[in-house]
Design a protein around this ligand. Structure first.
Ligand code: FES
Ligand SMILES: [Fe+2]
Length: 373
C-alpha cells in the first residue's frame, strides 16, 4: 500500500495544529450525492451482502482468541460462523453447523478441547476434523474426512482475524498499525441491534462535522468540531478527530509528537468495519446488516492496561461511559435518518466537502458492486 500509506502521527498532528490556527479542516474535492434508492432497494442490499462475503472483513480481534482452544461464534454478513484457535495457535473459521443434521455447534465464546454437538454427540477437533460419531455403524460408508466442519478463508493480520466467505481469493486485507502491538487484551464485547440501514450507521463514524450539534454534552467539550484529517488507503479511510488537549504538543519538537491521548483515529475498513482508538483502548466494530433496515453493531473493546492498574481502570470506565453516551447519540441520528427514508423529501443525500470519507465509501461501494474494483 505504499502509494496509499498513512501519514505518521507527527505529520497528522502538524496538520491538525495548522487547521486550529487557520480555523480550517481537511476538505474533499467534490461533494457526493447518494440516491435514497440505494438505502431502500432490496436488490442493492442483497448485492452489498454478497460483496461483504467476498471481501476479507474483520471477524474479531486476535485478542478475542487468546489461547489454543479459545473460540468465538457470531453471524457475519448473515452467515453463522465459528472462529477457533487450534493447538498450534493457528486460527480457523468454520460455518457454524454440525455436519449431521445442522445443529449450531457453539454460541457466544469460550474455550474447548473439541466441539461436541449437543444433539447426538458428533465431535470435531479444533482443526474442524470429524473425530467421533457415536454408534458409527448406523452410518455405513460415512467418510469422516469429508464431513469435517466447513471452513471459510481466515487470515490473522495485525491483530485482527479476517474472514472471506466466498471461495475466490479476494483482495488482501489492509495493513493496520494500532492493533499490531502485542499485549492488547480484551476488555469486553457487546452486540446491539439498531433500526437503521448499515450504511447509515457506517456514515456516522466517518465525519466530524456533527460533533458540536449531535455530541454537545459528550464529545464536544473535549473535542474539536469539524476539524479532521482525512486519509484514504485503498478503499479504506482514516479520520483523525483531535481532542482540545492536542495544543499541549505545540511545546514539543514536531518530529517527537505522538497521537496518544490527543486524538481518536477512526479506521474504516471497507466495507463494514471500524477500528477506533481512544486513550488506553481500541474499539473494533463490525457493522452487521440484519435486514435492509436493521443492523447489529458487534463491538470488541481492547486495552493495553494491566488489570492490576486500578487508576487506569477507573479512567477507562469513565471513558467507556462517555463513548457509550456519544455512541447512543449517533445511533439516535441513524434511526432518525432511517425513519425519514419513506418521507419522499429527498431523492439523494448530499455529503459535503467535510464528509469526503463518506463520498469515498460510496464511490468504493459503487465501484465494487459494478465489478470495477
Ligand atoms: S445434529 Fe449434530 S450430532 Fe446430530
Ligand atoms: Fe458521532
Amino acid at each position: 500500500m505504499s502509494a496509499n500509506a498513512l501519514a505518521d502521527d507527527a505529520t497528522v498532528v502538524a496538520r491538525i495544529l495548522d487547521h486550529i490556527d487557520e480555523k480550517s479542516t481537511d476538505r474533499g474535492e467534490i461533494t457526493w450525492r447518494e440516491p435514497i434508492e440505494n438505502y431502500r432497494c432490496e436488490r442493492r442490499y442483497a448485492a452489498e451482502i454478497e460483496l461483504m462475503r467476498r471481501t476479507a472483513t474483520p471477524f474479531c480481534p486476535s485478542a478475542a482468541l487468546p489461547q489454543p482452544g479459545a473460540w468465538l461464534a457470531r453471524i457475519a454478513a448473515g452467515t453463522p460462523l465459528l472462529a477457533v484457535r487450534d493447538a498450534d495457535n493457528e486460527v480457523h473459521v468454520f460455518r457454524n453447523a454440525c455436519r449431521h443434521r445442522g445443529t449450531q455447534l457453539a454460541e457466544g465464546s469460550g474455550c474447548a478441547k473439541a466441539f461436541v454437538c449437543r444433539y447426538h454427540g458428533w465431535t470435531y477437533g479444533l482443526d474442524g476434523e470429524l473425530r467421533h460419531v457415536p454408534h458409527e455403524h448406523g452410518f455405513p460408508g460415512l467418510d469422516r474426512s469429508a464431513r469435517g466442519l466447513v471452513p471459510v478463508q481466515a487470515l490473522e493480520v495485525d491483530g485482527l482475524v479476517y474472514v472471506t466467505q466466498s471461495a475466490a481469493p479476494g483482495a488482501p486485507p489492509p495493513r493496520l498499525a494500532p492493533l499490531a502491538t502485542p499485549g492488547w487484551r480484551m476488555l469486553g464485547a457487546g452486540e446491539m441491534e439498531i433500526a437503521a440501514n448499515w450504511k447509515i450507521l457506517a456514515e456516522g463514524f466517518l465525519e466530524g462535522y456533527h460533533i458540536r450539534t449531535t455530541h454537545a454534552a459528550t464529545f464536544y467539550p473535549l473535542q474539536y468540531d469539524n476539524l479532521n484529517v482525512v486519509e484514504r488507503f485503498g478503499r479504506n479511510s482514516r479520520i483523525a478527530f483531535p481532542y482540545r488537549n492536542v495544543n499541549k504538543l505545540r511545546a514539543q519538537q514536531p518530529a517527537e509528537r505522538s497521537a496518544d491521548g490527543v486524538l481518536t483515529y477512526v479506521y474504516h475498513l471497507f466495507p463494514n468495519a471500524m477500528v477506533a482508538t481512544f486513550p488506553g483502548r481500541v474499539f473494533v466494530v463490525a457493522i452487521e446488516p440484519v435486514a435492509i433496515d436493521r443492523t447489529r453493531l458487534v463491538t470488541y473493546v481492547l486495552t493495553d492496561h494491566e488489570e492490576s492498574d486500578t487508576d487506569a481502570q477507573a479512567a477507562l470506565s469513565q471513558g467507556a461511559d462517555l463513548v457509550a453516551r456519544g455512541g447512543a447519540e449517533d445511533q439516535e441520528m441513524a434511526c432518525a435518518i432511517q425513519r425519514s427514508l419513506a418521507s419522499g423529501a429527498n431523492q439523494f443525500f448530499e455529503f459535503g466537502l467535510f464528509e469526503s470519507a463518506i463520498g469515498h465509501f460510496h464511490a468504493s461501494l459503487h465501484a465494487a458492486l459494478a465489478g470495477t474494483a
